[in-house]
Design a protein around this ligand. Structure first.
Ligand SMILES: N[C@@H](CCC(=O)N[C@@H](CS)C(=O)NCC(=O)O)C(=O)O
Length: 298
């Protein structure tokens, strides 16, 4: 399979970062699928005006790798957001509280809540007098799963900030394969609740194993495979010379690898990409240590 913008040259399959003028007000969106959820008479799509983003709230934990992915995506998309810390440790974890479970049934972070303002339908550029009444123009969306959140932002705002997925289907598949190597095959087996269960004594219902050894083994396994993919596809970043979803997934996984003393010397490509990514402000400012709920450095 080949793509118009040749898959053999991964650096050319997405346009350079588009310049953007400073915006202060609500953020306009474009896709027709986000048109007002109007249950009255069906209306031709051209009469609807895409909603704009009023407010974004991110429920996250400073050291959570999945939250970190979304913070990077929001920054790369130049989307301001309010950070609502969820303490995963204190008192058995705020993620396990009933109130939070209503937002995220998986009892995990991140959760992203987005207020969208719908606009009255227009006809020939003017408000449509036959359009549906707008009693409550704000729609609130609650989104879970870091990858679903990031892809939603990308689909909604493809031309804003950095494009996280290229157009070429093959390039997208390559990038998703590297992202999933982490998101599906590595992070879930070293997630807090999993390693807590591994380390818990058998007489308390756990597996009575060594949590750090477990995490080290599975992170090593995941990253060794990722290094092989990166050797094939990486340029300055994980896929050619443009930032993508794969880069967003890489950074927190390397951080976790260091927490569990993984030997990274056999992963020079991943380390080179990481160093390049750390130079980007949108990425650097998403670091756990810079989050409002991070423990204060003495
Ligand atoms: N697949 C989910 C995983 C979410 C997840 O595992 N989040 C972790 C932090 S990175 C969490 O909240 N863990 C809490 C726990 O294990 O109790 C995603 O990508 O959002």
């Amino acid at each position: 399979m080949s793509c118009p913008a040749s898959a053999s040259n991964p650096t050319t399959d997405q346009p350079a970062k588009r310049p953007r003028t400073e915006e202060t007000g609500p953020i306009a969106t474009s896709p027709a699928c986000m048109a007002a959820p109007d249950t009255s008479a069906p209306r031709p799509p051209m009469m609807t005006v895409p909603p704009s983003i009023e407010k974004i709230t991110l429920y996250s934990y400073w050291r959570s790798s999945c939250s970190w992915r979304v913070r990077m995506a929001l920054n790369l998309k130049e989307l301001p957001y309010e950070n609502r810390p969820v303490n995963l440790i204190l008192d058995g974890g705020e993620q396990n509280k009933e109130e939070y479970e209503k937002l995220n049934p998986n009892r995990a972070v991140p959760t992203l809540v987005m207020d969208l303002r719908r606009h009255p339908a227009k006809k020939c550029g003017q408000p449509d007098p036959e359009g549906p009444p707008m009693e409550n123009p704000i729609t609130t969306l609650t989104l879970t799963q870091s990858m679903a959140i990031i892809e939603f932002l990308e689909d909604l705002l493809r031309d804003r900030g950095v494009r996280l997925l290229p157009v070429c289907p093959l390039a997208r598949a390559r990038i998703r394969a590297m992202a999933l190597q982490i998101v599906a095959d590595t992070q879930p087996v070293q997630n807090a609740r999993v390693i807590a269960h591994v380390g818990k004594p058998v007489d308390q219902g756990g597996l009575g194993g060594s949590a750090p050894e477990w995490a080290n083994k599975w992170i090593t396994t995941g990253l060794v495979a990722l290094e092989k993919l990166a050797i094939q596809h990486a340029g300055k970043y994980m896929y050619g010379d443009t930032i993508s979803l794969a880069d967003i997934c890489l950074i927190p996984q390397l951080y976790n690898a260091r927490r569990f003393n993984v030997d990274l010397s056999a992963m020079p490509t991943l380390l080179r990409v990481e160093a390049n990514l750390q130079e980007i402000e949108a990425i650097a400012k998403a670091h756990p240590d810079l989050q409002p709920d991070a423990p204060k450095q003495e």
